[in-house]
Design a protein. Structure first.
Ligand SMILES: Nc1ncnc2c1ncn2[C@@H]1O[C@H](COP(=O)(O)OP(=O)(O)O)[C@@H](O)[C@H]1O
Ligand SMILES: [Mg+2]
Length: 238
């Protein structure tokens, strides 16, 4: 069994007086795609934002590659090799597709290598190459998500965290993006996905954590959880 690349223990966090996470234990092994599923408001986005250092943890630990990053600033977290593709993609209007992707490389200074990585991203999503000079806000939802993935990948992360990539997209776009995530994982990038769409998440991920009101209530391989009657009824509608 591979070592965990990241391991959260007893993680608590929230906003001011409002506690959202109540002691999260979770780990993602190197090379794996893990997902966090749960209803709206369960604390999924807060969890990714806490790992990224955007929301301050109040307790517990986050051990990443052997170091505790619980109190690390967001740029330090990125510098350690953790990329975060946020909810709703958050591309910059007024910037081209190419420049939006390149923003993800802001901590790198190896220009030739960055441009080579940009070509790899264009090979993965040829439509982005065709649209590279267009304002990113003119892309379709699925294309914007490709661009957001590109911005995440170009930082050369070891851990790529993606918040609700399927939200609001047509099934065909979700299918294409799911395939891309599997291809990206095969290049050696470990992933932590957050999804409300459990069927999509289970198609892509190897392992899942179910979170309810800021607590992990169940975890297991996606294969095993797909056969769990409670999960099927509560989250998959079957
Ligand atoms: N900036 C914020 N300030 C205060 N409360 C927030 C903030 N963002 C989220 N929350 C609250 O935290 C809880 C979890 O939200 P969130 O992490 O966005 O859930 P999910 O991503 O699972 O839908 C919700 O009750 C939400 O209202
Ligand atoms: Mg969310």
């Amino acid at each position: 069994m591979a070592e965990p690349l990241i391991k959260l223990s007893g993680l608590t966090s929230g906003y001011g007086d409002v506690q959202v996470l109540w002691g999260i234990d979770l780990e993602v092994r190197e090379g794996e795609i893990a997902c966090i599923v749960g209803s709206n408001g369960a604390g999924k986005t807060t969890l990714l934002r806490t790992i990224s250092g955007l929301v301050h943890a109040t307790g517990g630990s986050i051990i990443y590659d052997g170091n505790d990053i619980l109190r690390a600033q967001p740029d330090v977290v990125v510098g350690q090799g953790i990329a975060h593709v946020p909810e709703a993609r958050r591309l910059f209007r007024g910037l081209s597709v190419r420049d939006n992707i390149l923003l993800g490389a802001y901590l790198r200074d190896d220009r030739q290598e960055i441009l080579a990585d940009l070509e790899l991203i264009y090979n993965l999503f040829p439509i982005l190459k065709e649209r590279e000079k267009q304002d990113a806000s003119t892309l379709s939802g699925g294309e914007q998500q490709m661009c957001a993935f590109g911005r995440g990948i170009i930082s050369r992360p070891r851990l790529l965290m993606i918040d609700e990539f399927s939200l609001g997209l047509a099934p065909q776009a979700v299918e294409r993006l799911s395939e891309a995530l599997i291809e990206i994982n095969k290049t050696g990038i470990t992933m932590l996905l957050v999804e409300q769409d459990v069927i999509t998440a289970f198609e892509v991920a190897h392992y899942a954590f179910v979170i309810e009101t800021g607590r992990v209530t169940l975890n297991g391989s996606t294969k095993e959880l797909s056969d769990n009657p409670m999960i099927r009824q509560a989250y998959m509608g079957i």
